[in-house]
Write a protein that binds this ligand. Structure first.
Ligand SMILES: Cc1cc2nc3c(=O)[nH]c(=O)nc-3n(C[C@H](O)[C@H](O)[C@H](O)COP(=O)(O)O)c2cc1C
Length: 564
């Protein structure tokens, strides 16, 4: 076989193998396939036929008479020429089996002890619930608990619940660390909690630069093994959607922060020295157009740019450890997930579609709304946490007016300096339709809330009437994200459900299958079907690349109840 391969390698790689072979055989064959010609298939493969090839070695054969490429099953493989008169086809190669477990970068599975390179993204206020994290881990994936917007006490209870269930089994999980520039003590408190409870993976969000808290988390426990290699105790999954932010996490921790942490005895000198030789994060989540906070970047452009940045910074800093890039945003179908892996993603991160799972922390009424979403049923609207800065979040538009109303409030906020400046009719309209109360009443509730939570806000509102207006408007934006969680159906029209285009694509894909009904959408079946489907699409893509004709529906993996 070796000599044959050498011989065929001499043919020009630029030539067209289907037309340029003078010997009427395939120029890149590696031998012959001998067997019952009926066991070979040269007609276009449909989805069922593609699936049938997936978990077994598949011979790719060439029929010199018809000049067609096909697949062959049971038969004998021979490297030399067959005896005269023996029916045979040229053997172009053998595709090994393909399993969903093999998608992505195996280094991800090895480092984190997961079966699949698949992550459930953090979803705030416990929408990325403890159940979601536990079920994902039991299936072989990894979930991030959605700690943002929850008190440290609630987060502590959640991570205890998860660790009791998963740690004894050695199953991986993580939790979110959201950057809180206005409340650095809160970020410190959450990091304390994670270190105290041995949370080994943290997914970061909203960081524009680095804080001492995240550097402390990443560097705590850095050590060297006997052979000098670096051992990490804590793993940062840095979520980024911009190059300048990625750069912070792809570089070693800044020297000034390391020095500060050493002098405060928060990390040791040895940890600081190792930290200077490795990137702060070794798992980067490249987030494209997603539900919630998003820069709406398309995955293919963003991922390619971050890939190049990763490679140039790895070279610049001389790292000898790999940095894995995961892909997030708009992944809700097998084709989408397969595309992310073929872009080079080491792992994939899903959010929006997981929110539709029965284990997520939202109400059934919200899940029903999500199940009706089509591709274009999303919109950007004002965010509660950065309302004044004009920051937007992507939300579900169908079945709710929240997107329009949030934008209307931001528009009023931009135009006027105080609620007293708002024209009377407009004020009456928002009181009736949006607040369902007078703005005075809403201000009383707001005062009562901030009186306990953050009295400084009230002092500022006293001095600055625009700030008072922002606090009143934030009453609506903040509550509208709580109503879909608790299922406040009298406010369904105001549900703020973070949602990206993945939801509509998912609904279209599962239409007519068991996953169409919201009550059947378990997290394990969603994740397994996405992975199985992505492997199917990858297999179809391999077959197509080697010249095997595919039927139009070949990529259409229909959801089916899968063993987990
Ligand atoms: C309801 C919801 C809440 C989210 N909350 C957070 C969060 O608190 N922290 C975070 O890092 N990402 C958050 N995300 C983003 C997800 O973790 C994930 O990166 C993103 O949803 C992936 O894109 P997709 O929505 O297109 O699947 C949230 C997403 C959704 C849909």
């Amino acid at each position: 076989m070796a000599s044959k391969m050498q011989m065929t390698d001499q043919t020009s790689s630029a030539s067209d193998p289907h037309t340029s072979d003078p010997h009427n055989s395939y120029p890149h064959d590696v031998g012959v396939w001998l067997g019952d010609p009926a066991a070979a298939n040269f007609s276009p493969l449909d989805a069922v036929a593609v699936q049938a090839t997936m978990r077994q070695p598949t011979c790719v054969v060439f029929d010199a008479d018809t000049r067609r490429v096909g697949t062959a099953g049971q038969g004998e493989i021979q490297s030399g020429a067959p005896e005269a008169g023996t029916p045979h086809y040229s053997l172009l190669g053998i595709l090994p089996p393909l399993y969903p477990e093999w998608l992505g970068d195996r280094g991800f599975q090895e480092t984190h002890g997961a079966r699949f390179a698949y992550v459930g993204g953090a979803m705030a206020r416990g929408i990325g619930s403890t159940r979601l994290v536990i079920e994902l881990a039991k299936m072989g994936a990894m979930g991030m608990f959605g700690s943002a917007g929850l008190s440290p006490q609630v987060v502590e209870a959640a991570i205890k619940e998860i660790s009791v269930e998963l740690d004894p089994k050695g199953l991986p999980w993580g939790s979110n660390l959201i950057h809180s520039p206005n409340e650095p003590e809160l970020e410190d408190q959450i990091v304390d909690l994670y270190l105290r409870h041995g949370v080994k993976r943290v997914s970061t969000s909203a960081f524009m630069g680095l804080s001492p808290a995240i550097v402390r988390y990443a560097c705590t426990g850095l050590s060297r093994a006997g052979d000098g290699s670096v051992q990490r105790k804590n793993h940062v999954f840095a979520k980024i959607s911009r190059e300048e932010v990625a750069r912070h996490f792809l570089s070693p921790a800044p020297a000034n922060i390391l020095q500060q942490l050493v002098s405060e005895q928060k990390i040791t000198q040895a940890e600081a020295e190792i930290a200077a030789t490795v990137s702060l994060a070794e798992d980067i989540i490249v987030e494209s157009d997603s539900g919630g906070h998003t820069d709406n970047r398309p995955l293919n452009s963003l991922f390619s740019a971050i890939l190049s940045l990763r490679d140039s910074l790895s070279q610049e800093f001389g790292y000898d450890r790999p940095i894995r890039l995961g892909a997030a945003g708009s992944l809700g179908t097998p084709v989408g997930v397969a595309a992310a892996f073929s872009l080079g993603a080491a792992f994939v991160v899903i959010g929006t579609v997981h929110q539709a799972a029965i284990e997520s922390g939202i109400s059934d009424s919200s899940r029903k709304l999500l199940a009706q979403a089509e591709l274009a049923d999303v919109a950007m609207t004002a965010s509660a946490d950065m309302f004044e800065l004009g920051v937007k979040v992507q939300v579900l538009q169908r079945g709710t007016m929240m997107a329009v109303r949030g934008n209307q409030l931001y528009d009023l906020y931009s135009r006027y300096d105080s609620i007293d400046e708002i024209p009377v009719e407009q004020r009456a309209a928002i009181e009736k339709n949006i607040f369902r109360a007078s703005l005075e009443e809403i201000w009383q509730q707001t005062e009562a809330f901030f009186g306990k939570a953050d009295p400084a806000q009230l002092d500022k509102a006293e001095r600055n009437s625009k700030h008072k207006m922002a606090l009143i408007f934030r009453w609506y934006i903040g509550n509208s994200s709580q109503w879909p969680i608790v299922g406040e159906t009298s406010r369904q029209v105001d549900y703020q459900i973070w949602c990206g285009p993945a939801m509509g694509a998912f609904n279209r894909w599962v239409c007519g299958s068991f996953l169409e009904a919201p009550e059947n959408r378990t997290i394990q079946q969603i994740a397994m079907n996405l992975l199985e489907g992505a492997a199917h699409v990858t297999r179809a893509q391999q077959l197509r690349t080697y010249g095997i004709p595919l039927a139009q529906d070949a990529l259409n993996f229909m959801p089916t109840v899968l063993r987990t």
